[in-house]
Design a protein around this ligand. Structure first.
Ligand SMILES: [Zn+2]
Length: 107
């Protein structure tokens, strides 16, 4: 499994195009990026996208807090801080059918 960063999203997927379609779905639901329903006749739209493939080392080292940093789930109950999982641990906790999926969002 690879991890791609597109915009503010880190997405686990086998192939970059899978990550890209996941990103399109996810970002249009949540942020109305690429809301092309408003495009008028004769208008043109250009959007620049940067997609980055993480190294294995980055997948091992990058971490995400549990419960989006809220500190109120089963994992971190009674602790003063969130429990952090590496991207690798998150990927390994999921089954094959769950990919591609967003595993972290940059603040
Ligand atoms: Zn938590």
């Amino acid at each position: 499994m690879n991890v791609f960063k597109i915009g503010r999203y880190w997405i686990a997927a086998n192939k970059p195009e899978q990550a890209y379609y996941e990103w399109l779905d996810y970002s249009s639901d949540f942020e109305n990026l690429f809301d092309l329903s408003e495009i008028k006749e004769g208008e043109e739209w250009t959007e620049e996208i940067t997609i980055k493939r993480l190294t294995s080392k980055q997948i091992d080292n990058e971490t995400v807090p549990c419960c989006n940093g809220e500190n109120d789930c089963d994992k971190c109950d009674g602790l003063n801080d969130n429990v952090y999982s590496t991207f690798r641990e998150i990927i390994e906790s999921k089954s094959e059918e769950e990919f591609p999926c967003v595993i972290a969002i940059e603040e």
